[in-house]
Design a protein around this ligand. Structure first.
Ligand code: SF4
Length: 80
């Protein structure tokens, strides 16, 4: 996977240097991020509906999970 730069330092997958250390991520629309459960993430992305948006302000990283969250294992994404 291409290197993903990310400054969201309280994410479980963040590491020093503002690097995302997740095995894969899913970027999607805010509407999907707001409505789909934690289990809906990158491993299911190939079957997700297309979600066009008008600007970066309408997108989110669905893979984000707080570093101290019990939902870390909900989606089959792992630290590399
Ligand atoms: S999973 Fe998303 S929010 Fe978390 S470090 Fe990676 S890109 Fe950033």
């Amino acid at each position: 996977m291409a290197r993903i730069h990310c400054s969201v330092s309280n994410c479980h997958y963040w590491k020093n240097g503002n690097i995302c250390d997740a095995s894969e991520i899913m970027v999607t629309s805010d509407s999907v991020g707001n409505t789909m459960p934690d289990s809906f993430d990158a491993p299911k992305a190939s079957t997700a509906p297309e979600t066009p948006v008008n600007s970066c302000m309408e997108t989110c990283c669905k893979t984000f999970v707080a570093s101290n969250s019990q939902a870390v294992q909900a989606d089959r994404v792992y630290r590399k």
